[in-house]
Design a protein around this ligand. Sequence first.
Ligand SMILES: [Zn+2]
Length: 386
Amino acid sequence: MLKPLPMSSTIDTLAALVAFPTVSRTSNRDLMAWVAARLSAAGAEVRTMPGTDADRINLWATIGPPGPGGVVLSAHVDVVPVAGQAWSSDPFRLADRGGRLQGRGAVDMKGFLAGMLSAAELAATLPLRRPLHLAISHDEEIGCVGVRPMLAALAAERFLAAACIVGEPTGLRIGAGHKGKVALRVDARGRAAHSANPGLGVNAIGMGAAMVAEVEAVAAWLAEEGLRDDAYTVPHGTAQVGTILGGVALNIVPAECTLAAEFRLPAGEDEAGLVRRLEAAATSVGAARGGEILVTITNAYPGLAEPLNSPAIRLAASAGGLMPVTKLDFGTEGGLFREMLGLPTVICGPGSIDRAHKPDEYITRDELAAGDAFLAAVVRGLTAEG
Ligand SMILES: [Zn+2]
């Protein structure tokens, strides 16, 4: 006979989590203290691990006997801002709108985190043969930056597990891959002059425009000749310029222009080669115009390409994750778990990413319950030898 499900409901947990306004780049200490207390009370071994900033931490928890055959469940606690969004209710107070549980982070991804806490409480009541690990990170939404110090520390300890499930919302479909991202800053430096005699200056906006054209040429190359993977909605890598800043006044030849650009690439695409191509263009445009252009990588995280025979796919499928496997256009921490810890990793969580980052973000009661059932099956699997 299985013991009864844990006492605290996942919905109540979600309501508590949503009430902490853990917007990216702000402190998460209050939320993490609350989660740590819950997990400790359930009997988990909880470790607070440093983040990238003093007011932000990561949390690592383990339930069950030590050993390399465990399963890692992963969630991030930061949420995107609500500024400028028209919400029909307080975004930091969970509202039940006819079965839609509405609040910032409800689907991305405090719903899964609430399920993880329920799963930990269930695990504490079962005779586990292999451990359940929870990896709870900060600042995922700004480029998967927060989880890195935690993964680096675990890698230094030679941490091993059988599989990792990152619970970003996939409608419980099994995500076997996602694209990686390279964010770049392009700084063009020219020379100011009176616009009545522009030949005395070097127009930095002109250089910036040439670099915009180069980024678009990369985008065209990716679409036509880049690595192709039809499992993605956009079946190839993409590139775009997101912001451009330059110039002081119409009658001054602009001396500075800065662009922000990004590549989003399926795992296996030649990321370094594309960056080199942009750097080569920067050198030749700068030289031709008498200025200087600098290309800097401001952030990058790897894509994920899980092989079809991955134990993580088998695990997720056996727990009720939906086949066939899919690939996700949005990035996740999954590629980092794969790259830094070598863990077989899938992305699988309840609800739809289409509702994330928007006003009136929600997860339904049914989706939350389906997530609970999925996680309960994962936990019960840990009562068997791997
Ligand atoms: Zn997310």
